[in-house]
Design a binder for this molecule. Structure first.
Ligand code: DHE
Length: 558
């Protein structure tokens, strides 16, 4: 059986059927086939928020001590009513006010009932995936000596976009100047994000099945040159960006097993695996502290690695990986995504289930501030601009609140000295709608873009909002991207997601994330006029989500 999280799910379903040590206590029973199918759905749809071991993070704890009703009617710890079959079915079907989305349009009634039963059973523990397994999965498809020594194509690579085609497990490399798809590269299951090497030559892609893919943009056609699996479930990847270490190392973080892996930047050869298991901020042992976002400092040879469940931010010094030095910064629990401020000295990360933003001073290796914000902050990498009233700010949107939060960030520029007293304070909340995932602006733009793909209202989920920097009190325009695309209306909501700028800041690209069986599109707007410029679509354009412009990603421009 293949070593994948899904493979594990299949094995343990068989074991359950055979009445082995995997057998559960007196929870609702499932047939072996149901259990297998429930595990697959749990991994694909639920584990990201609730954790493989169901200990809870962005989503609630789903262990039997509180999902399963007790015969004697006793309450869970803290006096909470235990959930039970009916309540679970309602939650899965219709979602919650706490931000969980409804699944009644994705799962059938029977599947919802099966999932409600499944989560009342004891979670199974998937296998480890150490250096031997990682090594065995490693493939170099084009050796470094066989790669070109100069760019072999005439493309303007700076304005390429690496686009996640989520449900086909591919990325599309799209030429930003001509809008042509130059290559589609097979990556991994439910591919997640792309990051760029410091030189801008290599694209690193991470998929949810733990696969990291390395694409060389200098070849005649962008080509996959190496791949590896760093775990069974992963979300983050980055490279070494400090002077003298350009393109030398890559690092990727896994959700399962909870670990990060340091690799050779040119071949992905695995060099070191580091576990993130350990104590939370509360001093309790956690078996599944997952690696969330990773960013690469340009002012020190360090990666900033955010460990979700422990609430600890690791500053990992890669200048000597045999003697790895790590500064551990306590922040707040359930760290998720984040990005640098405009100076690139400070890194701001959402502790989303704690409704906080943690700001790290990467120069001093210390927490600079812990800022209370509205419910479920979700910045992506955030957005930096100079507010006419408050000076330099970093912005985050929220999944669970109808605002965009602006936080004042420090600056060495004397002209901003008068704003110093505001630093690390929430200086403004711009009115938006809940269900926002990503915000974006560009140093050359006067506009600020925010999506709302998780909003339950179809029209809002299919639209984006744009503000003019001179008046942030309300959006100047709400653009219905699905309508603009001209694509036929389908059963599935076509979520408008992840605004991304072209290298020169003149265009904004929005993904229209439709159903798996539907053709989707990327819709391009002129940033000055906010007018539709181009709809990029193709039969192969299935479920586009994140888009990563080479120049902007390489230089952390957002
Ligand atoms: Fe993401 C970034 C985790 C679901 C699109 N997402 C991130 C990061 C993490 C994360 C930890 C930061 C990576 C970094 O910077 O190194 N995402 C998770 C989840 O755990 C979650 C909630 C559930 C899951 O099971 O995966 C999840 N993410 C999604 C989606 O459903 C999205 C909307 C569509 C998709 O393609 O899967 C999605 N996530 C993205 C994107 C980014 C991202 C586009 C990068 C934003 C950026 O501009 O950098």
């Amino acid at each position: 059986m293949k070593r994948t999280l899904l493979g594990f799910f299949a094995v343990s379903a068989m074991a359950a059927a055979m009445g082995s040590a995997f057998a559960q206590d007196a929870a609702p029973t499932l047939t072996a086939a149901e259990k297998e199918s429930a595990k697959k759905i749990y991994f694909e749809r639920c584990a990201g928020c609730h954790g493989v071991l169901r200990k809870g993070a962005t989503g609630k704890n789903l262990e039997p001590h509180w999902t399963k009703k007790a015969k004697d009617g006793s309450m869970a710890e803290g006096g909470t009513l235990k959930l039970g079959q009916k309540r679970l079915e309602k939650i899965i079907g219709y979602g919650t006010d706490g931000g969980m989305v409804n699944f009644d349009d994705i799962l059938t009634k029977d599947e919802i009932s099966m999932m409600a039963k499944y989560v009342q059973n004891t979670p199974d523990v998937p296998p480890e995936f150490g250096l031997k397994d990682i090594q065995a999965s490693w493939k170099v498809l084009v050796a470094v000596k066989d790669r070109p020594t100069k760019q072999m194509n005439k493309f303007n690579l700076k304005n390429f976009f690496s686009v996640t085609l989520r449900d086909t497990g591919e990325v599309a490399l799209i030429d930003g100047d001509t809008k042509e798809i130059r290559a589609i590269v097979k990556t991994g299951y439910a591919v997640h994000i792309s990051r760029l090497s410091k030189s801008g030559r290599y694209v690193y892609v991470v998929a949810r099945d733990g696969r990291v893919s390395l694409i060389d943009l200098w070849m005649e056609k962008p080509t996959l040159v190496a791949e590896i699996k760093i775990g069974l479930d992963a979300r983050s990847v980055d490279t070494s960006k400090f002077k003298g270490f350009e393109d030398k190392y890559a690092v990727a973080g896994a959700y399962w097993p909870p670990q990060y892996v340091i690799m050779d930047g040119l071949t992905l050869a695995p060099l070191k695996v580091v576990s993130t298991r350990g104590m939370t901020l509360d001093g309790e042992y956690h078996p599944e502290p997952r690696v969330a976002s990773i960013v690469s400092s340009e002012i020190k040879p360090e990666w900033i690695i955010n460990v979700k469940e422990t609430g600890k931010i690791l500053m990992v010094d890669y200048s000597d990986i045999k003697n790895l030095k790590t500064t551990t910064i306590d922040s707040a629990k359930f760290l998720h995504d984040g990005g640098f401020d405009a100076s690139k000295r400070y890194f701001l990360v959402a502790a989303n289930a704690s409704n906080k933003i943690a700001a790290v001073d990467t120069k001093l290796g210390k927490l600079a501030a812990l800022i209370d914000v509205a419910k479920l902050p979700h910045p992506g990498r955030g957005a930096n601009f100079v507010s006419p009233q408050y000076g330099p700010v970093w912005a985050t949107g929220h999944l669970g609140a109808d605002v965009i939060t602006l936080i004042s960030t420090p600056s060495d520029n004397k002209k901003f000295a008068k704003y110093k007293g505001n630093n690390w304070k929430v200086v403004q909340q711009m009115k938006h709608v809940p269900g926002n995932l990503f915000v974006k602006t560009h140093p050359k733009s006067k506009h600020f873009w925010a999506d709302s793909p998780q909003n339950p209202d179809r029209e809002l989920a299919e639209s984006v909002s744009v503000w003019n920097m001179s008046d942030l009190s309300k959006p100047t325009k709400v653009i219905n991207v699905a309508k603009d695309s001209g694509l036929p209306v389908t059963k599935a909501t076509r979520r408008a997601v992840h605004p991304e700028y072209s290298a020169d800041g003149s265009e904004v690209w929005i993904s229209l994330w439709g159903g798996k069986a539907d053709q989707s599109a990327i819709v391009v707007y002129d940033d000055k006029t906010l007018k539709l410029k181009k709809v990029i679509t193709d039969p192969k354009m299935i479920t586009p989500t994140g888009k990563f412009n080479v120049y902007n990603t390489q230089h952390d421009i957002y």
